[in-house]
Ligand binder design. Structure first.
Ligand code: ASP
Length: 309
């Protein structure tokens, strides 16, 4: 059944691999090629689900699992480290019908997005953190790993850098948080986001990623949004829900809503970052006020596109 009468059955998907402030001239051709290939591969995993008639929820899940498994990105394997040199992953997922699941402070669940999906499906709680979240994952037989699985030499070096400058680094100076939004052929929307957070973050710090409405939001007939950037500002501006509210209540186009928030609302607060969004009609909007945002998208019969700058 079509969700909205008269709406063309366009499937579309967008993914991001984080916004960053890494200068363009420091990107070697081989680094660009590695990221571009990884983006295409992960996009394709989600697209295959959609083109086979699968749901937007399954498509964003599949794309995020692929991104979490890729050590280039700051989610799952390759996550950044907190001030104690430990892993604390956050993830969230929302379906356009209002179901949601989110988890924070994850150290042993191989794919944090699968924990968010389990919560979404079960419906007993939306948001679990720390020990309770990990117990829920164990009870539901999700694949578990040792904390070392997540940690790469690159992330240890970034933590050392951040410590020497005693700063909390935007994790994606080089690499970033991951996200996906999709619209399936039935017109249902979904969003998911997963991250290791920010390098040298306070122990117990939770960013915008798993906060429904801040880093992740979806509402059928309106839009689905996944954010990346300085989480504290994205929480304070409730960015993902703000985009949806502008579209639903103020009648703004998705593109106008995204541009106003990213380019006008966030910068005065230090809100460096970006987001990807899909509208009820399958239109896609990706904008960022950082130097880079790893991103890729595919819509309808169009070809896949991947961009960094
Ligand atoms: N938004 C994430 C956080 O604050 C970081 C990122 O997007 O890279 O945890």
């Amino acid at each position: 059944m079509l969700l909205l009468a008269g709406v063309v059955k366009t499937a579309s998907i967008a993914i991001h691999g984080g916004a960053g402030i890494f200068p363009r001239k420091q990107f070697s051709d081989s680094l660009k090629a590695r990221y571009t290939k990884a983006l295409h591969d992960c996009l394709d995993v989600g697209w295959q689900v959609l083109s086979a008639g699968g749901s937007s929820l399954d498509a964003v899940q599949a794309a995020i699992v692929a991104l979490e498994d890729c050590p280039l990105f700051n989610a799952g394997k390759g996550s950044v480290l907190n001030e104690d040199g430990r892993i604390e992953c956050d993830a969230a997922m929302m379906a356009g019908d209002g179901r949601a699941g989110a988890a924070a402070g994850i150290r042993t669940v191989r794919n944090p997005v699968l924990l968010a999906r389990k919560l979404l499906d079960e419906g007993r709680a939306v948001f679990l953190a720390g020990e309770g979240a990990e117990r829920f994952a164990r009870d539901h037989a999700l694949p578990l790993v040792e904390e070392d699985y997540f940690i790469t030499a690159q992330r240890r070096a970034e933590l050392d850098d951040a410590r020497s400058g005693s700063k909390v680094a935007l994790d994606s100076i080089k690499f970033g948080t991951v996200g996906a939004v999709a619209r399936d052929k039935e017109g249902h929307l979904a969003a998911a986001t997963s991250t290791g957070g920010m390098s040298n973050k306070l122990v117990g710090r939770i960013g915008d990623t798993p906060v429904i409405g801040a880093g992740t939001f979806a509402q059928d007939g309106v839009c689905a949004v996944s954010c990346t950037g300085v989480g504290e500002v994205f929480i304070r501006k409730v960015v993902a829900h703000e985009i949806a509210a502008r579209v639903r209540l103020a009648g703004q186009s998705l593109e106008d809503a995204v541009c106003e928030v990213i380019y006008k609302e966030l910068p005065p607060l230090g809100g460096v970052g970006g987001l990807i969004a899909v509208g009820a009609d399958g239109s896609l909007s990706t904008h960022f006020n950082a130097r880079t945002m790893y991103r890729a998208w595919r819509k309808g019969r169009g070809k896949p596109v991947a961009r960094i700058f």
